[in-house]
Design a protein around this ligand. Sequence first.
Ligand SMILES: [Zn+2]
Ligand SMILES: [Zn+2]
Length: 379
Amino acid sequence: MNKATHLIHGAHHSATPRPSVIQLAIKEKSALYAAYMPIFATGGLFIPTNRDYQLGDAVYVLISLPDDPQRYPIAGKVAWVTPAKAAGNRTQGVGIVFPADEKSNALKLRIEEIVMFTDSHCHLNFPELLSQLPAIRQAMVQAQVGRALCICTTLEDFPAVHQLALTYDNFWATVGVHPDNEGVKEPSLDDLLSLGRLARVVGIGETGLDYYRLNGRSVADMHWQRERFRTHIRAARQLAKPLVIHTRQAASDTLQILREEGEDGSPGCAGGVFHCFTEDAQVARQALDLGFYISFSGILTFKSAQNLREVAALVPLDRLLIETDSPYLAPMPYRGKTNNPSYVPYVAAQLGQIKHMPTEEIAALTSHNFDVLFSAVMG
Ligand SMILES: [Zn+2]
Ligand SMILES: [Zn+2]
């Protein structure tokens, strides 16, 4: 990070009781990504230095961030020391923890907006994840996965999904009934409207069409799925909240029903995201033409997914999202294991290779896209 970070040290602290002053000019997002220490609840930064600091030393840091003329003063404390010749060839330096005040918190939020990953689709209410939630939340902090959208698949499960979003301020929820779910409560328009208006419910779904498991039926027999999908689209349009769309072996019907219901990308449309995208370039183009975003999961990292990587190369940067769809579809190198939101950076890294961009740029832009699409997360 030395090239991209400029450091000026003030007077040595041991010569004077006043705290030492460090000016830290972070010029590139990659440097900020390397420096930020999410392990500190109030925020913190790693500062490379060969000076001899002790834990608890007061340090006054003047920080500037990439593409931001402002300088942020922080009256921090040394809370981490990496000594010279540390194991793993780690850079010598100190971790400065921010104080718990409003100004520092604003800086922390600003940094996190730049560096964090957002998992736009996960099923944390599923028992194999819910039972591990404290460990998963800790792993998310370590991996700089700042936020996750908890996706609803039945009305019966909605209270548990919603509870996650009410309990944790970096989780949000959707409401909807997955097309694969039969023998569950069929959602009425009124059900979706009333649940969709609740606090921290930011989208409608997952919904869509799935002709993969016909179980001996014909596509014509799946009329009930198409009706269910239309109900979700109507709710999303009335609520002005985006749709989370699942489509499998049903792309042309999915696109046609969206058009028939008025979802053509014109003003007043709900819009939304085609989640866990596995379709071809032609379907991607049509979804983009209707104003939808495209979200890639761990499938993008699979060796066999060369065609999908070529599709991802065509998706504009301002329409990309990333997701885990956990507990399913763990990315390489965890393929076959239980997935969780802390693995979403592997999807971002793969997208970075495809787009010839650093992973942290993919993190920043997909987090920004998430805010734009699910605009209720900001309110
Ligand atoms: Zn799905
Ligand atoms: Zn899902």
